[in-house]
Design a protein around this ligand. Sequence first.
Ligand code: PMP
Length: 367
Amino acid sequence: MKTKTIARKPVRTGKGSSAVRAARPAKPASRAQANGKAKIQARVVAKPVSKAAKVAARSAAVPIDADLPIIYVNGQMLPKSKAMISVYDHGLLYGDGVFEGIRVYQGKIFKCKQHMDRLYHCADQIRLKIPVTRERMVQIQRECIEANKLNDGYIRLVVTRGFGTLGLDPRRCPTAGVICILDQIRLFPKEAYEAGMRVIVARRPKTPIACLDPRIKSLNYLNNILAKCEAIDFGCDEVIMLNLDGEVTEGSGDNIFIVKDGRLYTPPADAGILEGVTRGFVMRELAPALGYSCTERTLRLEDVLTADEVFLTGTAAEIIGVTQIDQHDGNGKITRSTRISDSEGPITRALRLRFREIATSNSVPEE
Ligand code: PMP
């Protein structure tokens, strides 16, 4: 399938660059039109109820009228403000679809092959036929890198069940939708990477494998989002999720590792986790190259609380240390706080720095 480009390629040389201006859609012809646009945008933001809510709403609002990045949507390259899908898409109506988060370092698609393997496998698991070949899917990502002139960024590939009827039946959605967004992402504050961060243990259990296997990276992330809300309620950025048997699984968007007596351990897939690409990279490449062994092992919360080091891994998170783990009672009270280390541990640091070295080198692995 050929890509239809409807906006000229922007060059990211600065705000006022003429190339960037060229990529912008035409200005509204009249003030009335401009007002109309403003009104439409105003209507999509819920009306804040108090002054504090107004301030919060303003800082939380994401501009929807920006032109960049240029985004691939079902065969077209569109400016952000025009990159839309149907309200009848089952990805929106039911979270019916799969996705990938992928890093671009030095213009290379980090571990591209593994992300493509996972995407096509997960689609298969939910009986979703991706309407483009793997080769074309990689080409789409390269076209986004080229169109946005971004050498370092984060790709969000989304494959939705597609346009259908209001019922659940996936057979009513004849063609899956494909979206590729290349943008920037930062999950945690920059300082947290050296200082380490505080996390909370979610009271909400992880969705059991028998209900929806967390190995499937589906668009259905409510279990993770609601767990993350527990962290937000206590002023931290991430949670540790346990399964129904009380075993440690992962964070809301990252995998967990512990270090004990110089060895690394991480929960196995049958605990109920996403088998992270970064997790695999740490286990199979990074840790062994630095002389550390890494084993998959069922972990109870006590194993994590008594570890020498704890860290999280993910495409967006990269590698980040955990220095404190809090537990709460579900009624707004912290019941136990466990200090793991004063800042990121030495092995976490070695892994993080080596990861950074690779991500900024000329040999970013795509395989
Ligand atoms: N677990 C969950 C629930 C995630 O959403 C992610 C992010 N994709 C991860 C783990 C880490 O996986 P990866 O290293 O492939 O990004």
